[in-house]
Design a binder for this molecule. Structure first.
Ligand code: ADP
Ligand code: MG
Length: 666
């Protein structure tokens, strides 16, 4: 609000009597002159009084600028008198009024300066009392002025009214607006409360979310850690993969080179196989040639060979006089194995004419080989191993031990007492050799099988030495028969034929045979030395690829003692049996000699059937068969007569030559 107070205060008008009607009411009309004139100065003053009161303080144009509530609040101007109206207006239009600015203009016209000076108070100016005209004039003038003033005031009033109306209108509008705003405020407050509530909820929600967020963050961190680990792992795996790929490449390269190599090797193998087949054929040819040559060699050595073996003097036996037995060296000197033996015999019955004892007669013998007393078992076997090879090649082989009882036949054939391998005889050595050679021949496609039997021929009866159980030690039940009608093969009935494939099995058989003989010995005195023991091994070989077969028996015979009964001895009742026995032995041994000689002389009839022994050995004597006879000699002088007999028999056999050998090929 700006109040202009340049105008003189309305107090000066107070004394004007003309202004009898209140200004408020005289706003639009001029008062009738007649009526106004009737009023006295008091009345005028009275009439003016309200106006004076009303206009007090309104001496200048008052401008009230009311702004909308958003404007700055109205400031109260310094308080002056007569400012009531002006104060009221702004009070009505407070800070809550409408936004439109309101302007109140109060214009209070100045009194005309041309008018006679007005003296404050009820009394008029200087006109003398009589100058009524003048006074009238003044009054008229004053009236005129008041009228103008009134008009102006009316206009002002009207204007103010309008302004008031407008202000009221505005106030109303503002009120409405205010209530609207209040409603709005309440609504806003409600909304604010709701917002607060919502905010609370939201805060709770936010804290919840924050919690969730922290959980999520933890989870995220874990996941990130995990991710890092996984990345690490992935990197490691990638490295490994690379390495594997490198290795794979290397392996592929190696594989391809290997494949190339394989192709080369296959070609090589194919050519090798062809070569191998050729070599196999060659080898077979060579094997056949070897067999032929081997046989030729054996034939050149003689199909019948005689070896002489002199056993050593045993402990407790009288040492023979030097020169009793002599072993002159062979034609090639001392390094040559001996083949000759000289035996000196002094015959007491033949005396010289002077009566002095006759000089000993010297008997010289020559054999394929002579083994002096110190010869070892392996040396002896070496000489016969070639014959074992012949048996494998398909030629029948017979090895005999001939000699008087106690000359070392059993020692030669089976071996010495005890388990000493050095003392092993021909049978275990021959069989071991057979098995190992058969194994070697297996590589050339030959398959061999062996079947063993061991019988004893005593007093022309056959007994199984391999009998077991209740048949142990009993004899006489066995017979020699042909294996089948029309068959050349002979078998011993009731005798065991045991397939063997190794040394151990053979050892067991020899042990069993020894037991069987021991049982018999208690029953019949010295029976074993009075009987022939025949170990037979049937050898069968097959070359399946070439469809070849070969088979031959290997016979190892420990003959009965060759000693004769002294014809000068008187025979007691027990001696008669002994004589029969001896006759049987002598008969079978002489039959053996006769058979050999018949074969040698190629006689049409060979007396095989004259003894069980020759009959059993029928297929192993003659033809392509190889025969070896050991003549065992006692080194004792007391046995000289029997030794001479044995040596003579052996010499006869040694002179025999049995036909051209031919392998028993099937
Ligand atoms: P045979 O069987 O001819 O009756 P043995 O073989 O039983 O004779 O031998 C009689 C004894 O002489 C046995 O005690 C045996 O051990 C022994 N003997 C035989 N030949 C030899 C030898 N070459 N070396 C050592 N001892 C032997
Ligand atoms: Mg014996």
């Amino acid at each position: 609000i700006s109040l202009s107070q340049q105008r003189p205060p309305l107090m000066e008008v107070k004394g004007n009597l003309e202004l009898k009607t209140p200004l408020v009411k005289a706003s639009s009309r001029l008062p009738l002159p007649g009526s106004r004139l009737k009023r006295g100065p008091d009345q005028m003053e009275d009439a003016l009084e309200p106006a004076k009161k009303r206009t007090r303080g309104l001496g200048a144009v008052t401008k009230v600028n009311i702004t909308r509530p958003r404007g700055p609040p109205l400031r109260t101007a310094p308080q002056t008198h007569g400012q009531t109206a002006a104060q009221k207006v702004p009070k009505k239009t407070g800070p809550r009024s409408t936004a439109r600015p309101l302007t109140f203009v109060f214009s209070v016209p100045m009194l005309p300066s041309a008018a006679p000076p007005m003296v404050a108070g009820k009394k008029p100016g200087k006109r003398p009392a009589w100058d009524l005209k003048g006074q009238l004039y003044d009054l008229n003038e004053e009236l005129k002025r008041y009228r103008e003033k009134n008009q102006a005031l009316d206009r002002d009033n009207q204007q103010l009214q309008e302004q008031l109306k407008e202000a009221q209108q505005q106030a109303k509008t503002l009120g409405t607006e205010c209530s609207t705003l209040e409603e709005e405020l309440t609504r806003v407050r409600t909304q604010a409360e709701q917002g607060q509530q919502e905010l609370g909820h939201l805060r709770a929600h936010v804290s919840e979310i924050e919690e969730q967020l922290s959980t999520k963050e933890e989870l995220l961190q874990e996941l990130q850690k995990e991710q890092l680990e996984l990345q690490e792992e992935r990197r490691a795996l990638a490295t490994r993969l690379e390495e594997q790929e490198r290795r794979q490449q290397a392996l592929e390269a190696a594989l391809s080179s290997s494949q190339a190599e394989v192709v080369c090797l296959r070609q090589e193998t194919a050519s090798q196989a062809t070569l191998l087949a050729e070599r196999g054929d060659q080898l077979h040819g060579l094997e056949m040639e070897r067999r032929r040559l081997h046989n030729q060699l054996q034939e050149l050595k003689g199909n019948i060979r005689v070896f002489c073996r002199v056993r050593p003097v045993l402990a407790g036996e009288p040492v023979p006089s030097s020169g009793f037995l002599l072993f002159p060296p062979g034609p090639a000197g001392p390094s040559d194995p001996p083949t000759c033996l000289s035996l000196s015999r002094s015959d007491d019955r033949r005396a010289t004419l002077s009566g002095a004892p006759a000089p000993p007669t010297r008997h010289d013998f020559s054999f394929d080989r002579v083994f002096p007393p110190g010869s070892r078992q392996d040396e002896v076997f070496e000489e016969i191993s070639m014959l074992v090879q012949s048996a494998l090649d398909g030629y029948p082989v017979c090895i005999f031990a001939y000699g008087q009882t106690g000359s070392g036949k059993t020692f030669t054939m089976e071996g010495g007492p005890g388990e000493d391998p050095q003392l092993e005889g021909l049978i275990p050595r021959a069989l071991r050799h057979l098995f190992s050679v058969a194994q070697e021949m297996n590589g050339q496609g030959w398959t061999y099988s062996f079947v063993a039997s061991y019988v004893e021929i005593y007093n022309e009866t056959v007994r199984d030495l391999l009998a077991t159980g209740t048949r142990k030690g009993q004899g006489g039940e066995c017979e020699i028969r042909r294996a089948g009608p029309g068959s050349e093969e002979l078998t011993v009935t009731n005798a065991r034929y045991v397939p063997v494939s190794c040394e151990k099995e053979v050892e067991a058989l020899l042990h069993l045979a020894r037991q069987n003989r021991a049982v018999a010995r208690t029953a019949q005195n010295e029976r074993s030395s009075r009987s022939h023991s025949v170990f037979q091994l049937q050898i069968s070989g097959e070359h399946a690829a070439r469809g070849l077969q070969c088979g031959a028996p290997l016979n190892l015979v420990d003959l009965a003692g060759s000693e004769r009964l002294d014809p000068g001895l008187a025979l007691g009742p027990g001696e008669r049996d002994r004589l029969r026995e001896t006759q049987a032995i002598n008969s079978s041994l002489s039959t053996l000699g006769l058979v050999i000689m018949a074969l040698s002389n190629k006689e049409s009839h060979v007396p095989y059937r004259n003894s069980k022994l020759t009959y059993l050995l029928q297929n192993s004597l003659g033809g392509s068969a190889k025969m070896l006879m050991f003549v065992n000699i006692s080194p004792l002088e007391e046995n000289v007569s029997e030794s001479l007999n044995s040596l003579r028999f052996a010499s006869k056999v040694n002179q025999c030559v049995i036909g051209t050998a031919r392998a028993n090929k099937k």
